[in-house]
Design a protein around this ligand. Sequence first.
Ligand SMILES: [Zn+2]
Length: 338
Amino acid sequence: MRATIMHAPGDVRVEDRDKPAVRQPTDAVIKLVAACVCGSDLWPYRGADKISKPAPMGHEYVGIVEEVGAGVRNVRPGQFVVGSFFASDNTCDICRSGYQSACVHRQGVGGAQAEYMRVPLADGTLVATPGMPDAGKVPSLLAASDVLGTGWFAAKAAEVGPGKTVAVVGDGAVGLLGVLAAQQMGAERIIAMSRHADRQALAREFGATDIVEERGDEGVKKIKELTGGLGAHSVLEAVGTQESMLQAIHATRAGGHVGFVGVSHDVALPGRDLFYSHVHLHGGPAPVRQYLPELIDLILGGTINPGKVFDLELPLEQAADAYKAMDERRAIKVLLRP
Ligand SMILES: [Zn+2]
């Protein structure tokens, strides 16, 4: 089969690899219908994360079940499934409390930018759609697999709700879908922080009421001006840098909540800043599995269309071009068709 492998920063190739097989009775093998490049794939691509050996890429996926192990009960061959980037049993205490991405049996899921992939703990990880979805719903279902689920968790973690003012730091796919999540959860006002016209337009389409182009302290000042000097009730952080994290904390009013989902890179919080901020911090790798049934319903019912974040679609063979387009910010998010 063909699969996307990262050899070194900036060096992504599509190569022949062995087709994965069921190894454990709890595994499933799926034939990918669509996959995509994640903002977090850009960290190693840009040299910010080390690559010790050639790495199969991709952790966002929708596909059709090809084969299941003897112990799999909840999905069967032929079903269309959506999964999350951490495999979870969905039965342990941590899973049942809603934190499947910290499951005691959690395993990373990788190699989705390919024709086939193996998914461990298939019963707890995969959610089948009722019947075969229309082709037009595939991008949105793919978004549910990570970026939408992650934006959704950011909004939940930031305690977004009716009557609240929300600010979103980061205008990548996760930030934009954080705007959509905030709108679905009834936020009164949603401030998107972005300096790119195309992303601002999509943020408005997803429900943003205000746009702030400034960053850092200037951006914080702007948020304060828009909120009577207090700051937002809920701030979603979807970048993962020191600047974005401090921007999020400082833009939150006393007693407010920060939901942080950008993969942290060298973030070190100054203790006194944190002490006097009076904000709640909650975040981490999103428990996407918790939200999948609800998100699939909202998508198939036509209530939300998160697939709009894919502004470029390429055949799997051109995965290297997909990385380049996202690295150069020519595309918000690229969908790959095996
Ligand atoms: Zn678990």
